[in-house]
Write a new protein. Structure first.
Lengths: 138, 138
């Protein structure tokens, strides 16, 4: 496996981090970046999860989105059970390099519930929490 | 301030969490949810950050996006310095209720760099990290 994350995140200046061409991902205290996967055509957010350095490297190498599962404590190839892989079209990096947006083509529903996106409910800001969520249909 | 987050996240079943109408946000070990703010019209991801219970409550009450700044360790009304508030149109909740997508109208550029979105660079998956980022123009 090719070596990745070759630049130490603390070795570059704020200006370099925000405006340069050097990729120096800033993993949090748990070693994670936030990764938002959106549909490459519609921009709809499909799933939000986390990547450690290994998940990021495998995503770059394979072209399929890998996460780090915080609940299971293991590398997680999204779609490894369902076959519904997320095929990377483009990876965007934010200003401080601690979050990624991945534009992807999904082989099928992304959510384990069978929904196209994990975000299939709306929160009514005014409602009591006991009845605040309702399904969306788009 | 109205009391919020009235349902203990551990008191509901997996089925209720994933398919019910009860909002029981699952804060992580640091007391945070992931919040993805997207442009209400284009769906473009503008910024990714975190909310604690207070930031979530203030967002619901005020209609303006509030975060918890992990680096500064304080509540953060997005736009409090720049005037570029993020005005909530709709809040979506994911299957396991640990992430939000907020559809918002931005009063101006969202990124502190002046960019419309914090995600203004693309990562070349094949390139060496020292020259892996390039600006996008859309």
């Amino acid at each position: 496996m090719r070596s990745r994350v070759t630049v130490n995140a603390n070795s570059i200046s704020k200006v370099e981090r925000e405006s340069g061409s050097v990729f120096a991902p800033k993993f949090d205290s748990g070693g994670l970046l936030t990764a938002v996967v959106v549909d490459a055509e519609s921009n709809e957010v499909l799933v939000v999860a986390f990547m450690n350095a290994e998940a990021l490297a495998k995503t770059r190498e394979s072209g399929r989105v890998h996460f780090w599962s915080r609940s299971r404590g293991e590398l997680w190839l999204k779609g490894e059970t369902s076959g519904n892989y997320l095929n990377v079209e483009e990876i965007l990096v934010d200003c401080d390099q601690d979050a990624l947006v991945i534009r992807a083509k999904a082989d099928g529903p992304t959510c384990h519930t069978g929904a196209r996106s994990c975000f299939y409910r709306r929160l009514d800001p005014e409602a009591d929490d006991e009845r605040a969520l309702s399904p969306i249909s788009r």
